[in-house]
Design a protein around this ligand. Sequence first.
Ligand SMILES: [Cu+2]
Length: 292
Amino acid sequence: MRLVSPRLAPLAGLLLLLAAVGVRAAEVAVDWEQCFLTGVSGGVCPPVDVAVGDTVTFNWAGFHNVVIMPSEADYGECAPGAGEVLAPEAPGGAFPYTVPEGAAGGALYFVCTVPGHCSSGQKITLNVGPGEEAAVAAPSCTTVADLLVSANLTTLATAVDAAAAASEEFAAALAPLLGEGPADPPLMVFAPTDAAFEALFAALNTTGEALLNSSLPLVTDVLKYHVSPDMLDEATLEQITTLLPGETLLADEQMVEAACSNATVSVGPVETCSGMAYVIDRVLLPSSAGCA
Ligand SMILES: [Cu+2]
């Protein structure tokens, strides 16, 4: 990640939080020796519930191996030669097995194929929970609106609210960004910081409030100039279209050249529900705004 200013610290926290989602792998111990003893005394080694990514460690003291069987039927019959040897037979051992993604929602079957052991009952079933499927069913994606809040981009959020309240067309165009409509095609967003807006207001010798009151259509055009249906190349400046008809930008993932001003990407790309977002340090002004 690039340099993150204190202002954007909440964004960094959000990204770390997102990265941590789904990383809850557990350590599960299987007493493989006890499983053997339970089997030879006529019992059944109880199945164990696990999740994708869990590490299951088979521990034993006697002479055993760990073999995974391809099916419940092979497991039930202790079919000779059917399984794959994961840990060769050895006098004592601790074999770690990581539950693979493909096992989600199913079961895994393990036996010991030292002669007589499987048929005596040294076998165990691991029931695998739905794992990542649950996360896919309820995606935890970030909308651009979430991003503006978490990155504390209050001036931009205020301007977007005012423009959306004044123009149904603008509100409809922005709906996918706010998580209120399907993002197809995805939309890329350049989000200027509060400091960028302050610099613009100072240059124009005005305030944000005055500008919204006197020139809302112009503000709306400027906002449209910050949204594009195009994708960026990492390091090659390419011309991209914007939601403002006839106005284009030259941009890569480091910088943006607008008609009247250039900006540097300070944070990004940030993946949102509706496409990529980049926090930038200048407000982009289209030629129709009149290059001051
Ligand atoms: Cu054994």
